[in-house]
Write a protein that binds this ligand. Sequence first.
Ligand SMILES: Cc1cc2nc3c(=O)[nH]c(=O)nc-3n(C[C@H](O)[C@H](O)[C@H](O)COP(=O)(O)O)c2cc1C
Length: 196
Amino acid sequence: MKAISNRRSIRKFKEAEIAKEMINEILNAGMLAPSSKNRQPWNFIVIGGESKNKMLAAMNKGLLREREGESLLPDSNRHLKAAEYTLEIMKQAPITVFVTNPFGINLSNNLSQEERIYELCNAQSIGAAMENMTLTATELGLGSLWICDIYFAYEELSTWLSVEGTLIAAMTFGYADECPKHRPRKNAIDVIEWRM
Ligand SMILES: Cc1cc2nc3c(=O)[nH]c(=O)nc-3n(C[C@H](O)[C@H](O)[C@H](O)COP(=O)(O)O)c2cc1C
């Protein structure tokens, strides 16, 4: 409960590197998550050091294409500014972990109902892994940010990472350089229905 209530999305990071043991502990926590049929539909690609600039270039290329070229997410254009801000955060954070689903079905495929359910179950499993990761980071005294703005550079990042299956999300890690306040949550009364 302590890690759950202390966790925040961190958007300012110090330059300090993270010990490899810590990254391993975070990844292990991810791998311990429950998963549908124990499929463990995840692979993790850890980006840091020399690789960081290539990651930023791929993300930037996607954002530029969305803004000035052929937009794959025209309805989401209003979120582009926020995505550019996310890129700045990825620049600061020493480590970014990309989470891919090796069983994922190409985004542009039409799905049967069965495939859709399979994808939903795998997405929940990956969400559980990522929650384990962000909570472990909190417990280790690290900040983290869960990132889906990578979808604005989906093709560019997938190609650069040589993703097999689908790219699902990214999470950056580092030492926090801010202490954000608790962000508001909906009232229990609005989201919980008791039938007992
Ligand atoms: C699936 C998912 C995707 C997210 N994508 C981004 C993102 O791309 N950029 C960003 O700045 N924050 C992102 N966030 C962080 C949310 O904005 C944040 O969790 C929410 O505002 C609540 O704040 P808190 O995490 O500090 O409680 C994402 C969170 C989740 C769970």
